[in-house]
Design a protein around this ligand. Structure first.
Ligand code: GLA
Length: 733
């Protein structure tokens, strides 16, 4: 039993294998947070609640003369609004009478086996072998009749607790909901650091660590997608935490739209974490009897540092998130036409590229942007998802057939959420784009965004993508989204509901993806948003892999993939070998190194194979062979970051270890070199210390203990940007 209620102490106890999470109903009915951390046997933690009479901290009416009870300083499970808690709230409402008060008191709870599911939104599901229980606690505001239902599902063995909040208007007047957090956690203390992943287009998810300090710190997106700028993931960790030790708490939001994660250190040095939909530009009108569902937050706790925390997320995201049959299948090695040809191609050129790729051992040819409508640059054509016969003379189906005759699978790029003004679709439906009537609209990449808050637009997209997928043999779709959303206003919604557009857009997108994927589950879907601008668990629910960044430079990718690896498993991030000088940075790195870096993900190629020399093709062929030989350990093993590209100027190294610790692949890339350099040693991780290993190409055998404590010498002859890989095999105890 992973969820219990102790009637004596009025305490809810949630237990995973290694963690406990406790909350308590106060004497006045508020739900107070007690504890989240290492697993503990206790069921009564009352002593932790230290109340005092503090000036300027209001006391709620029900507390009468009890001046020591104030919501201003108590750790709450879901904060009230307008009742004397001045920290950033879990909820904000405008009631029918104009008051902005929500005072939720516990009004019942249920515990049941299995996992809750969210209507219209992605969330984790319990696997056949998972023992999962769910707790729902209702917090009711008696005066307005509104209710916040807090839901917790406990994945006992996986050390994961998921949370969400459902808002129900049980009153008789409309309520305007302007903020609803999926989860709030109030820590009693705040001597922690915050780790999050910030970036920009071409440099996503840079590791960022700051101390918690007084005030409100928030990360988020208001761009309509989860964004290049901040990933919806936050780690709260002890100051001493590093890869191997220290307590770490993770908050990962399963949402692809505007999000916020807040960290507030209050006047008494407590820390409040909030995660959910960004209240900026958000306002939902909830009529009597109606509900609003917040997205899911996946919470993980580990006392084994960042590595321990990452392993929890990797395992649960690999096993309990993505529905695609590809989630657990080996992915094909692809060659993508974008950096090979951009918009400048016809079918013969594409076929020549594909022919040359066959010899390299590639499995799948992906035709990127430029194949449809009137599309010779990025100024026109979006919306017209039929082939451009001037370029694809043999038609899409003909091209696909010819690619298949070469022995390759065929995939294409689409950007269904967008529309170009110069397109047949726009000429037919100018009102389908997001733009406020009577206002000049902003363009991004000279394109507009379709109004996916409209059911008719979504229906049209579902139909047109289905038609496309039925028109040719297509095994892979790269689903792109290439601009931040602005000018948010929908022609179909009344003025008082325009604050709903952003979230309705996301729900519309989920419906389109759901229906398309349901009809074509056999297709491998790859997410993309100008690279990694929508790299979030919700997208991974639909698409098992995401193009990690438009930056394909091997050195830059070391940082991008390092940051991405904290929450996301290797088999979710697509990484390509491209040409040098690199198109984004101008840097030149060895082809071998580009392969090593691309193998730290779902490997592919993005180059004109016709221009590779015989020797280069042979290198690629070897890379693909090596990658396929090691695929299982890469895609399914445990991931260890052996060094940080932010702390170690000389090299970046990482390691994959099979779950049974019998096989391991170690990769290292030199990022800087000095003359007459020091001898360096790379200490491995995750091996069986009592077993011996052979290192491919080396004589002798080495104990796991030795390799983890003394390490492997890094050859001094490795030059800048050169890399090396070691394959280890256990040979017995
Ligand atoms: C985005 C993607 C690229 C490529 C282009 C095509 O930038 O991230 O990989 O598909 O669009 O326009």
């Amino acid at each position: 039993m992973s969820i219990r209620y102790n009637t004596g102490s009025r305490t809810f106890i949630l237990e995973t294998r290694d963690s406990s999470y406790l909350m308590k109903i106060s004497r006045y009915g508020n739900l107070l947070h007690l504890y989240y951390g290492d697993r503990i046997p206790d069921t009564d933690l009352d002593y932790l609640i230290q109340n005092q009479d503090r000036g300027f901290s209001p006391n709620p009416n029900e507390a009468g003369n009890d001046r020591a009870f104030s919501l201003d300083f108590l750790a709450q499970e879901f904060s009230t609004e307008g009742k004397g808690d001045y920290r950033t709230p879990s909820i904000s409402v405008v009631n029918g009478d104009g008051s902005r008060i929500f005072s939720g008191k516990v009004d019942g709870y249920t515990i049941y086996k299995g996992k809750y599911s969210l209507e219209g939104m992605p969330s984790l599901r319990a696997g056949a072998k998972d023992s999962v229980e769910t707790l729902e606690i209702s917090l009711r505001d008696t005066e307005s009749g509104a209710e916040a239902v807090l839901c917790y599902s406990v994945f006992e063995e996986k050390n994961i607790i998921t949370r969400t909040t459902r808002f129900v208007n049980g009153g008789s007047a409309d309520i305007r909901l302007t903020k609803l957090m999926s989860a709030t956690v109030d820590y009693h203390v705040s001597d922690y650091d915050l780790v999050y992943f910030a970036g920009r287009h071409l440099m996503e998810r840079e590791f960022t660590r700051i101390p918690v300090s007084r005030g409100l710190h928030s990360i988020g997106s208001s761009r309509g997608a989860s964004s290049h700028q901040y990933n919806p993931f936050l780690i709260v960790c002890e100051k001493r935490a590093d890869e191997d030790m220290g307590k770490c708490y993770g908050y990962s939001l399963v949402y692809s739209g505007n999000f916020i994660i807040e960290a507030e250190k209050d006047q008494f040095s407590r820390l409040r974490i909030n995660a959910g939909i960004n209240p900026r530009g958000f306002e939902f009108v909830i009529g009597p009897g109606e509900k609003f569902q917040a997205p899911e937050v996946v919470m993980a706790y580990s006392k084994h540092g960042f590595t321990g925390l990452s392993h929890l997320y990797h395992d649960v995201y690999r096993e309990n998130l993505c529905r695609s049959p590809y989630a657990k299948k080996a992915r094909p090695v692809l060659i993508n036409s974008w950096e090979a040809a951009y918009f400048d191609f016809d079918d013969e050129k594409l076929l020549d590229i594909a022919k040359d790729a066959v010899g390299m051992g590639v499995d799948l040819f992906v035709l990127d942007d430029g194949w449809f409508g009137k599309r010779d640059d990025d100024n026109s054509g979006l919306g017209d998802w039929t082939e451009n016969r001037k370029k694809i003379k043999c038609g899409l189906s003909g091209l696909s057939d010819r690619i298949h005759e070469l022995g390759l699978q065929f995939g294409i790029w689409i950007e269904p959420e967008m529309i170009s003004e110069d397109s047949d679709l726009y000429r037919a439906h100018p009102d389908w784009r997001l733009a406020a009537a009577g206002r000049p609209m902003s363009r991004g990449r000279n394109q507009l965004v379709l109004d996916l808050s409209r059911a008719d637009v979504c229906d049209y997209l579902i139909d047109s993508i289905n038609t496309l997928l039925n028109s040719a043999k297509i095994e892979y779709i790269k689903w792109d989204m290439n601009r931040s959303i602005s000018d948010v206003w929908s022609a179909l919604l009344p003025a008082e509901r325009e604050g709903e557009v952003f979230h309705r857009y996301v729900l519309g997108l989920y419906r389109v993806m759901d229906e398309v994927i349901l009809k074509h589950p056999e297709v491998l879907y790859c997410g993309c948003c100008g690279g990694g601008g929508r790299f979030d668990p919700a997208m991974l629910y639909y698409e098992p892999q995401i193009w990690c960044s438009d930056n394909s430079d091997a050195k830059a990718r070391l940082k991008i993939q390092y940051g991405t690896s904290f929450a996301y498993p290797v088999n979710t991030l697509e990484a390509h070998v491209s040409v040098c000088p690199n198109h984004q940075t101008g840097r030149t790195t060895p082809l071998a190194t580009r392969g090593i870096v691309a193998m730290d993900g779902i490997m592919g190629y993005e180059l004109d194979s016709r221009k590779l020399s015989k020797e280069e093709k042979a290198v690629c062929r070897d890379q693909i062979r090596f990658y396929k030989r090691n695929y299982k350990v890469i895609a399914e093993g445990d991931y260890y970051r052996l060094s940080s590209p932010y702390e170690n100027p000389y090299y970046t190294a990482w390691q994959h270890v099979s779950k049974d610790r019998k096989r391991s692949l170690v990769s290292l890339v030199m990022t800087d070199c000095e003359g007459n350099d020091a001898q360096r040693y790379l200490k491995l991780k995750g091996l069986d210390e009592n077993a011996f290993y052979r290192i491919e190409g080396w004589k002798g055998r080495y104990s796991g203990a030795l390799l983890m404590n003394a390490g492997i010498p890094i050859s001094a002859s490795l030059g800048e940007y050169e890399g090396v890989q070691f394959c280890l095999r256990k040979i017995g105890a």
